[in-house]
Design a protein around this ligand. Structure first.
Ligand code: PLP
Ligand code: COI
Length: 353
């Protein structure tokens, strides 16, 4: 792939690690590529980070044809940079593309675009503890046409953002509200695709949760409103009576790469893991009788996030005394050890740049 590079002649001042938060700062460059039916993917370019020019009739603005990914570049102790399972993101993006009738983006082009862009902005990969460079590839339908039909023209973009913790709580447990009114997704819908519309539909409940002092919403299934699905920006796992249980993937939740890695890690350590339906009643009972030992979320942005309290139908349950549990801490340490290159990666998950 031939990538035209236009360097930013006014690079920005890099923010201090202490102010990073999540997704507030962007690097000096971005990658862009266009798709048309006659040329396929073409015109790969890296340009200074800045506004995109769009037709006001652009499909994505009217009918929500947009998908995205999230992965991170980590600064290793030896100063090098590495990615965590990037091909999984490339593959998931193509599954999302298939669901939304957007064109597939070849995996090898995805990898090359990442390599070249990150190399150009490598000084933006932070090195302070728990910081990384968040990578946001996204694709949107870009037809100038108000008819509702599958997309013919698309644009693929990658932007980069140096980040710290996703939650202001850092590794302190977050409080989560189990939502029993709005639903996020149904099987056969777009729940397992990473598309912007899923998040737009989540905002109303998210706002209600925040007003009550909770960080995010834990969704129930959209049909029976009975089974646990996932949290707004992460998958969810529970330690119940010595067994790790997590909702099975049946089409309405995002197949998280962190979730998959945690399951593989636990299995390699001989830990019992069950992917199955978990009803909210089972969870409420486990919370009430004390067999729910730990609860945590998993995600690229959220890493491993302990859940310290869950509220359901206005009753609050405290999990593990509101403190991070032993297993959650172990998983956080093991996973972040591999991601930041501090411990051996016996799974071959990391890709050095
Ligand atoms: N579920 C949702 C809704 C998400 O937005 C994310 C974040 O990407 C996840 C789960 C976790 O997925 P991953 O571990 O691949 O980042
Ligand atoms: C990620 O963890 O990469 C996500 O996409 C979550 C996000 C919605 C902030």
């Amino acid at each position: 792939m031939d990538i035209q590079i236009t360097k930013n002649t006014s690079p920005k001042e890099k923010p201090e690690a202490s102010v990073l938060g999540f997704g507030k700062y962007f690097t000096d460059h971005m990658f862009i590529m266009d798709y048309t039916p006659d040329k396929g993917w073409h015109d790969a370019r890296i340009v200074p980070y800045g506004p995109l020019e769009l037709s006001p009739a652009c499909t994505a603005l009217h009918y929500g044809s947009e998908i995205f990914e999230g992965l991170k570049a980590y600064r290793r102790p030896d100063g090098g940079i590495q990615l965590f399972r990037p091909l999984e993101n490339a593959r998931r993006m193509n599954r999302s593309a298939e669901r939304l009738c957007l064109p597939e983006f070849p995996e090898e082009m995805f990898m090359e675009a990442l390599r070249v862009l990150i190399d150009l902005d490598k000084d933006w990969v932070p090195s302070a503890p728990n910081t990384s460079l968040y990578i946001r590839p996204f694709m949107f339908g870009n037809d100038e046409n108000l008819g509702v039909h599958s997309v013919k023209h698309a644009t693929f973009v990658i932007i980069l953002s140096p980040v710290g913790s996703y939650y202001k709580e850092g590794l302190n447990p977050v409080k989560i509200m189990i939502e029993d009114q709005d639903v996020r997704a149904v099987r056969g819908g777009t729940g397992e695709a990473k598309c912007g519309g899923n998040y737009a539909a989540s905002n109303r409940a998210g706002e209600r949760a925040e007003k009550k002092g909770y960080s995010q919403v834990l969704w129930l299934d959209g049909v029976e409103r009975k089974y646990i699905e996932e949290v707004g920006a992460m998958n969810v796992l529970f330690l119940i009576n010595g067994v790790v249980v997590t909702p099975q993937l049946r089409g309405s939740i995002l197949p998280g790469i962190t979730r998959k890695s945690i399951i593989e890690l636990l299995k390699s350590e001989g830990y019992p893991v069950e992917e199955r339906l978990i009803s909210v009643d089972e969870l409420a009972e486990a919370m009430a009788n004390g067999t729910l030992e730990e609860a945590f979320g998993s995600g690229t942005a959220a890493v491993v996030s302990p859940i310290g309290a869950l509220i359901y139908k206005d009753k609050e349950y405290v999990v593990n005394g509101g403190k991070i549990g032993k297993l959650t801490q172990h998983l956080y340490d093991t996973l972040t050890g591999i991601q930041w290159g501090k411990s051996e990666d016996k799974f071959g998950w990391t890709v050095k740049l």
